[in-house]
Every structure is written in structure tokens, then in C-alpha cells.
Ligand binder design. Structure first.
Ligand SMILES: Nc1ncnc2c1ncn2[C@@H]1O[C@H](COP(=O)(O)OP(=O)(O)OP(=O)(O)O)[C@@H](O)[C@H]1O
Ligand SMILES: [Mg+2]
Length: 378
């Protein structure tokens, strides 16, 4: 996308300033040097959500507090049924909390009605797992829909649809019908439609779950690009932890409707404290190599060749100093496997090593590692 397109896209329609909401304070004209957007914050305060039906009550959310900074990518993870969709659907008031408040730029969304609610929905775009495109309408018509509903004049509509389609990198296929598009292209249309009103907040509920890994990467790249270029706040729900690791700054872990963990991704992923988080992160962590697991004993074999198998954890506070780690042992230290990652400029993960005894009692060395465990002996 050229900066000219980004610039064009940043020009806000007069009707975009929602009544009842603070005016948007980010530079539009000449914003080619990057967004200076300061709006697009979301705050959840003591949220409880109970669904009531004939079948009984379902407590979907309880006492959830969270703060989403303007321009950040905020991940929400949790097992199926944890309450993730319920939480983000409060932001554009597709759902209302049973208790607590949702504030968008300080404004309680429950207090909005009529025009103000329409204004809120214009400021909060939403992208869906199954794209939700109208099959009988072309790509252009699908993207134009929110503008049509908002009563935007035709020439302006066309200009904005073109800009949104260019933004998502869909330069052709404008007149195709959804059935003729690949999954990735459909999601680009879904994203263009969510962006056409120039929102400040984008809600993505499993936006990449229906896509293959390669297309997932391209859509993630697009979301990150949009976030950076437009300064858009993104609330992202996904079951794919690698997605969170790739693009989110902060993450909230929900379990049975409650917050069990929250913080910067490097911190939560580097040192998951709750069982639910650990279970979610399992696909990212490698287990003990099979050949080692088979030979692993709980006691040293009692000969000089016996080695301790030690797992070092790094939670982002420091980078592994291999020489210093090796110096903890009386003989050569071998690296058996490693799954280290760099998130947000911080190294986290684990290092599995084997080294001669005596290492049964590993000294605590907070300057070297976050945690160390002797798993057994080979
Ligand atoms: N409209 C509704 N009426 C009644 N119960 C509902 C409704 N929507 C959600 N629930 C229930 O609320 C709980 C939380 O649902 P929610 O859809 O928020 O979970 P989720 O974390 O998004 O799950 P998933 O990962 O499967 O999408 C579940 O027990 C669900 O069955
Ligand atoms: Mg859901």
C-alpha cells in the first residue's frame, strides 16, 4: 500500500465523528509519517455476563477487568466456551454486560443510544471467522455496504471502497462474487468491509481459523500492517498461540469466564502461571525428546558417565549465556534441545541440557535463568 493511499484513507468523513463521543484526536492530513492516533482505548470494568434462557443460566463472564491501549494489538485466549466472544461483543454492543461497564475512550457504551450507538458501531469494525459476505453481491458491493447504510454519497463511497480494497491488497477481483474467491481473498474483503468506515478499533473473532497456515500468515501480516499504518487498536481472539506470539503486545487469558492471567505476551508466554495458559501453550512447547525420555531415570546410574538432564527456563528477563550455564557443571554441558523465541525483543523459552554430575542441587542463579529443573538422569 502506498502512503498516498494510507493518507487518503485517513481523511475522515464529517459524519464519522460520532455524536456523544469525544472527537478523534489523531492527525489526518499529512499523516504519511505514521499515525498519531490517541483514541481507540477500551476498558472493561468488573464485567459480568450471564445469559438467561429457558434452559437456565450460563455465567459467561465474571469480574473481568482489562485495559486495552490505543493502537495496541490485544490478544484474548482461552479454551472453547471461556467467554472470549462474549467479551469482545460487548465493545460494539452486540451484547451488553449484566454487571460492569465497557468504556470506549472513556465513554460508557451502555449510555449510547440512537445516533451515538450508530457512531460507536462505525468506530468499531468487526472481522468474522467465516467472513460473513453476501454471496449475491460483488466484492465492491460487499465492502460498500456499511457506507450505503450510513448514507454516504456515491462518489465518496467509491473512493472509500477503492481505498479500503487497496489497503487490504485486493487490487483486482473488485467485481467478482465471493464464491469465486479463495479463503484468504474472502477474509481480505471482510477486513476491507470492517475498515471502510475508518474505525479506530477492530474486533477479530477467529479471523484466521478458517484459513490454511500460509494464508493465515498473510492475513496476520495485513492486520499488523493496518495496525502500524493506521494506528488502529485490534482486539484479537484466536486459538492459535503462534498468532498471539507473532502480533500481539498484550494478552488476556480467560478460563470459565474469569481472567486467569494477563500482561505482555513475552511475560505470560515466557512464564505461564495458570494451568489453562499452560494447556493452551502446549502446542508451542516441545516435550522431552523420545530417546531421552526412554532412558531417563530418577537416580544417577552411579557410574562416571551418568549425566543429569536439566531444563532451563527463560522468561524474557535475560538472554541465555551458554558459557555461564556450562560453568555451573563439573564437566561438559550438551544441549539436547531448545525452544527459544524472541517476543517483543525478549528471549523466552527453554533449553534442555545434559551435563555430568554433580548437578543434583542446582544453585539459584536469577541472573542466569528464570528457573531450572533436574528432570532426571541418563
Ligand atoms: N447467546 C447465548 N445464549 C446463551 N449462552 C451463550 C450465548 N452465547 C454464549 N453462551 C455461552 O457462554 C459461554 C461463553 O461463550 P463464548 O461464545 O463467549 O465462548 P468462547 O470463548 O468465544 O468460545 P469459542 O472458543 O468456542 O468460540 C459458553 O458457555 C456459551 O455456551
Ligand atoms: Mg468464540
Amino acid at each position: 500500500m502506498s502512503d498516498a493511499v494510507a493518507g487518503l484513507y485517513r481523511e475522515r468523513l464529517p459524519s464519522d465523528t460520532a455524536p456523544g463521543l469525544a472527537p478523534v484526536g489523531w492527525a489526518r492530513a499529512g499523516a504519511a509519517n505514521g499515525p498519531t492516533r490517541r483514541s481507540g482505548t477500551v476498558r472493561f470494568e468488573g464485567i459480568g455476563k450471564t445469559y438467561r434462557s429457558k434452559a437456565g443460566e450460563v455465567r459467561a463472564l465474571e469480574a473481568v477487568d482489562a485495559e486495552v491501549e490505543a493502537g495496541s494489538i490485544f490478544g484474548i485466549i482461552g479454551r472453547s466456551g471461556a467467554g472470549k466472544s462474549s467479551l469482545i461483543r460487548l465493545v460494539n454492543r452486540l451484547e451488553t454486560p449484566t454487571v460492569g461497564r465497557v468504556l470506549v475512550d472513556g465513554q460508557d457504551v451502555a449510555a449510547l443510544d440512537g445516533e451515538a450507538l450508530i457512531g460507536l458501531r462505525r468506530r468499531v469494525g468487526m472481522v468474522f471467522q467465516h467472513f460473513n459476505l453476501l454471496q449475491a453481491k460483488t466484492v465492491r458491493e460487499n465492502v460498500a455496504l456499511p457506507l450505503l447504510v450510513a448514507g454516504v454519497a456515491r462518489a465518496e463511497r467509491e473512493r472509500r471502497v477503492d481505498a479500503a480494497l487497496a489497503l487490504v491488497g485486493l487490487d483486482e477481483k473488485h467485481d467478482s462474487y465471493p464464491a469465486r474467491l479463495s479463503g484468504g481473498q474472502k477474509q481480505r474483503v471482510g477486513i476491507a468491509r470492517a475498515l471502510v468506515n475508518d474505525p479506530e478499533i477492530l474486533l477479530c473473532d477467529e479471523a484466521t481459523s478458517a484459513l490454511d497456515p500460509e494464508t493465515t500468515l498473510s492475513i496476520l501480516g495485513l492486520l499488523r500492517d493496518i495496525n502500524r499504518r493506521l494506528g488502529l487498536t485490534i482486539l484479537l481472539i484466536t486459538h492459535e498461540m503462534s498468532v498471539i506470539r507473532e502480533i500481539c503486545t498484550k494478552v488476556l487469558v480467560l478460563d470459565r469466564g474469569r481472567t486467569v492471567e494477563t500482561g505482555p505476551v513475552w511475560q505470560v508466554f515466557g512464564n505461564p502461571r495458570h494451568e489453562a495458559t499452560r494447556a493452551l501453550l502446549k502446542p508451542l512447547t516441545r516435550g522431552l525428546p523420545e530417546d531421552i525420555a526412554e532412558r531417563l531415570g530418577s537416580r544417577p546410574a552411579g557410574n562416571s558417565a551418568s549425566e543429569a538432564v536439566v531444563e532451563f527456563f527463560f522468561a524474557g528477563e535475560r538472554e541465555p549465556d551458554i558459557a555461564a550455564l556450562a560453568a555451573l557443571f563439573d564437566g561438559p554441558m550438551r544441549v539436547l534441545s531448545a525452544s527459544l523465541d524472541r517476543i517483543d525483543g525478549r528471549t523466552q523459552g527453554r533449553l534442555l541440557v545434559a551435563a555430568p554430575l554433580p548437578a543434583a542441587v542446582l544453585p539459584e542463579r536469577p541472573e542466569l535463568f528464570s528457573q531450572a529443573k533436574v528432570l532426571g538422569y541418563v
